[in-house]
Design a protein around this ligand. Structure first.
Ligand code: MGD
Ligand code: MGD
Ligand code: SF4
Ligand code: MO
Length: 741
């Protein structure tokens, strides 16, 4: 007897609704949920492999605890007892910064990862926080923080209504989109073209996305900021700027005009390897389009001028009047956002409130660069990281110089990993706490609903009951918080109750809250939900912008109401709301913030730098997901391989043969990979994907180990960073190739 259950897919930012077929407790099939209000049946091969991924025999079934140097299966009580016994003394003896925390990408895809790390960090009070953001989107947070006063105020391209999309360094046909949550991104791009709109793709590779475009520009890697500055220069020079409705909210317009003056198409063109006339054409098309959006991701973020590029993307949206208007780039309003406050000045966004101990990197959003983790563990002295907690993170593969980090992790006094696998990173842990497979977890997208192209809300409860011996990931995190804060043994619900109490006491004291003046304890008693995390979800929904406000709006959202709509509730297209968003000190968009102005000379200097003859970029594959899906047979193999792609002319010049091994060397190290000759990469550029290198002894990834690939991040030593955001330069760094016999 089989049944079906709904489950939002946790595997990428598109958040598709899946309909799972379940036999007993086993997921035997996954289809797109045709009735899902947001994804309407869309699914990709990763979602379709949900059952296989859920049942991967290499997933850990219970905690592992290291005794006498060997990781062995243990009970949950033993695991948490050890954490409590080892962590507190380290903090007491060496201070809070002796414990580092690493949060990886899948935290953004779990309820536990959204709800508990803040409490963990509060309990630890460490300044040594590292996340995948500094390998990814931190430049966007910095530019939004500086422009709008809120690092999470990230405008999203209005894919369904725009008539012109300028897309840089993103490949949504493989990635399914990022910082732009849009199930069926490919279909939305096709629809844009069908309704007469235009798509321009800027990417050194002729990707599947580029093939869909009206115009593909194979830019020289690392030069997007120059191109964007030049487009801005043309807009000013040709008097094509028209900020429209945002104009009254702007300050610094004339200063920006002045700042981009030097970046003429004639000066920038040769650096980007573009015809100056093409740059002018891009500027004119952008200005002429009835509506348009400029959107960039990894290829314009994990690069030398990542923050400047991300700043310029929004500067262009603003200059052309497309920020905050339908068809342009708008700020989503998710159901668990705080209720918008009245417009007015805010606290602003500060960078560098403290610095990393060894290299003096500025703090950004309370984080330090993940690329600096190894040195913070290895370098002796006060404040050295002696213990580490990782959750859903595999920095040995995803961050620069995994070999060094591997050695550093081996030298820690104590390490805890919350991870379903024993992999390249977790193999160093003293305690591994495995979450249950996704079918046994509830799902709500706290993060991605805030980047979605349509406001909507969906929640799915576990599709399969928690198996014997399993612990829900929320409970794992709650117990971890208790274990490190000296409350070991308390009921995990205590963490949720604490957060509920704090949130409600703030809300009742807030004159703008719908519950202003009411009794916090009485409101807490009204919360529904079968668990601590569900009560917190209920609380956030009810206090949120569409919420019932505990009775203030009887038609508003509650958990019960969301549960009554298993395919989700549509909350409509994105709406202009700039004034609600702005939190700068001036209360306006600060178009040329001081840290940006201070970084511009570096971009001007780049105008005169000679281009490297060969640079490396990454790539993603539809059936891959960073470092952790290579163990799923249905998703590995075929075209999903760790090869070095190179243009036929470069291959001929260097004497490289398709399929033969080549040695790739960069300033941080060297790796050997098979050559794949293809004209989909431009001349002067090679491409190697990340997340590979599954050959470390001690990991338990049988399928991945059969085809381990190599770790591209071994080419980097962690010293190449975008200075404003601390983000590693993972794209556009120089390499040399040596053919191997
Ligand atoms: N060269 C290069 N390097 C890159 C990139 C690149 O483009 N080029 N991309 C960067 C980017 S954008 C990112 S986001 C990072 C990602 O790098 P990481 O943040 O390290 O993330 P992943 O490799 O996705 O997975 C991390 C871990 O999460 C575990 N995991 C999976 N599901 C769950 C779960 O439900 N709960 C828990 N607790 N753990 C889970 C996996 O087993 C894995 O160990 O890599 C970065 N590294
Ligand atoms: N299938 C799959 N989906 C994923 C992931 C995955 O690993 N696999 N990872 C998820 C994660 S964590 C993220 S952050 C997103 C990322 O989502 P995307 O950013 O859409 O993903 P990428 O495929 O890395 O696209 C980056 C593109 O930038 C190009 N590029 C490199 N350097 C430059 C440059 O200097 N300038 C320009 N203009 N382009 C450049 C590359 O050729 C590549 O095509 O994807 C998410 N979705
Ligand atoms: S596109 Fe993303 S969310 Fe949708 S099924 Fe594929 S992996 Fe899952
Ligand atoms: Mo990412």
């Amino acid at each position: 007897m089989s049944r079906t259950a709904l489950r939002i897919c946790p595997l990428c930012e598109a958040t598709c609704g899946l309909s799972l077929t379940i036999e007993g407790t086993r997921v035997t099939g996954a289809r797109g949920d045709a009735d899902d209000v947001f994804s309407q049946g869309f699914i990709c091969p990763k979602g379709a492999a949900f059952g296989e991924l859920d049942a991967d025999p290499d997933r850990l079934t219970g905690p592992l605890v290291r005794r006498d140097g060997v990781l062995r299966e243990a009970g949950w009580a033993e695991a948490f007892d050890l954490i409590a016994a080892r962590m507190r003394p380290i903090v007491e003896e060496h201070g809070p910064n002796a414990v580092g925390v690493v949060l990886g990408n899948p935290n953004v895809h779990t309820m536990a990862g959204a709800l508990y790390p803040p409490a963990l960090l509060q309990a630890l009070r460490t300044r040594n926080l590292f996340t995948a953001s500094t390998l990814d989107q931190m430049p966007k947070h910095v530019s939004s923080g500086l422009l709008f006063g809120d690092p999470f105020a990230i405008p999203v391209p209005d894919l369904d209504r725009t008539s012109h999309l300028l897309l840089l360094g993103a490949n949504p046909l493989e990635s399914n989109g990022s910082l732009c949550t849009a199930p069926d991104f490919p279909g939305k791009l096709r629809a844009l073209r069908r309704r007469g709109g235009t798509l321009t793709v800027v990417d050194p590779r002729r990707t599947r996305t580029a093939k869909l475009a009206d115009r593909h520009i194979a830019i020289r890697p690392g030069t997007d900021a120059l191109l964007l500055a030049s487009i801005a220069q043309v807009l000013f020079e040709e008097k094509l700027t028209a900020p429209g409705e945002t104009e009254p909210h702007l300050e610094g317009l004339a200063q920006v005009a002045d700042a981009v003056k030097e970046f003429t198409p004639e000066r920038v063109g040769p650096r980007c390897d573009m015809d100056p006339d093409t740059i002018r054409a891009l500027a004119r098309e952008l200005a002429a389009a009835p509506t348009a959006a400029v959107y960039g991701r990894i290829g314009s973020s994990t690069v030398e001028h990542g923050t400047l590029a991300n700043w310029l993307i929004d500067v262009l949206n603003i200059l052309t009047g497309n920020l905050d208007r339908p068809g342009g780039a708008l700020f989503p309003l998710s159901a668990t956002d705080r209720t918008p406050r009245p417009a007015g000045p805010g606290k602003g966004f500060a960078l560098g409130r403290w610095h990393s101990r060894v290299s003096g990197h500025p703090e950004v959003k309370s984080e330090l660069p993940l690329a600096a983790l190894a040195e913070e563990i290895e370098t002796p002295g006060e404040g050295r990281i002696r213990a580490l907690i990782t959750s859903a993170a595999n920095p040995v593969l995803s961050a620069p110089d995994g070999d060094r980090l591997d050695r550093a992790l081996a030298g820690l006094d104590f390490m805890v990993s919350v991870d379903p696998y024993l992999n390249e990173t977790s193999l160093h842990a003293d305690v591994v706490l495995p979450p249950p497979p996704p079918s046994q977890s509830a799902h709500f997208d706290f993060a991605f609903n805030g980047f979605a192209v349509r406001d909507q809300v969906r929640y799915t409860r576990p599709a399969v009951p928690l198996a014997d011996g399993r612990m829900d990931e929320c409970e794992i995190h709650a117990r971890l918080v208790l274990a490190v804060s000296g409350l070991h043994g308390a009921a995990p619900d205590a963490v949720d109750a604490m957060v509920v109490e704090r949130t409600l006491s703030q809300a009742v004291a807030d004159p703008h809250s719908p519950v202003h003046g009411r009794d916090a304890a009485a409101l807490a008693a009204e919360l529904t939900g079968a668990s601590g995390p569900e009560r917190r979800l209920d609380l956030m929904l009810r206090l949120g912008p569409y919420g019932d406000g505990f009775g203030a709006d009887p038609d508003g959202l509650t958990l019960e109401r969301v549960l009554a709509h298993p395919h989700g509730i549509d909350l409509g297209p994105l709406k202009p709301r700039l004034a609600q968003v702005l939190r700068t000190r001036s209360g306006r968009i600060e178009l040329l913030p001081a840290p940006i102005a201070a970084d511009l000379p570096r971009l001007r200097a780049a105008l005169d730098q000679p281009a490297a003859s060969l640079v490396l970029v990454g790539r993603r594959h539809l059936r891959s997901n960073n470092s952790w899906l290579h163990n799923i047979p249905a998703l590995s193999g075929g075209s999903n391989r760790c090869t070095l792609q190179i243009h036929p002319e470069d291959a001929a010049r260097l004497g490289l043969v398709d399929g033969a091994d080549v040695r790739v060397t960069a300033d941080g190290g060297a790796v050997t990979a098979p050559v794949e000759i293809t004209d989909s990469v431009r001349r002067g550029v090679v491409s190697l994907p990340h997340g590979w290198g599954h050959s470390r002894p001690g990991s338990r990834l049988a399928v991945a180990a059969e085809r381990p690939g190599v770790n591209v991040n071994q080419l980097l030593d962690g010293s190449r960073l975008d200075p404003l955001s601390g983000t590693a330069v993972l794209n556009g760094f120089p390499v040399e190739l040596t053919p191997l016999a």
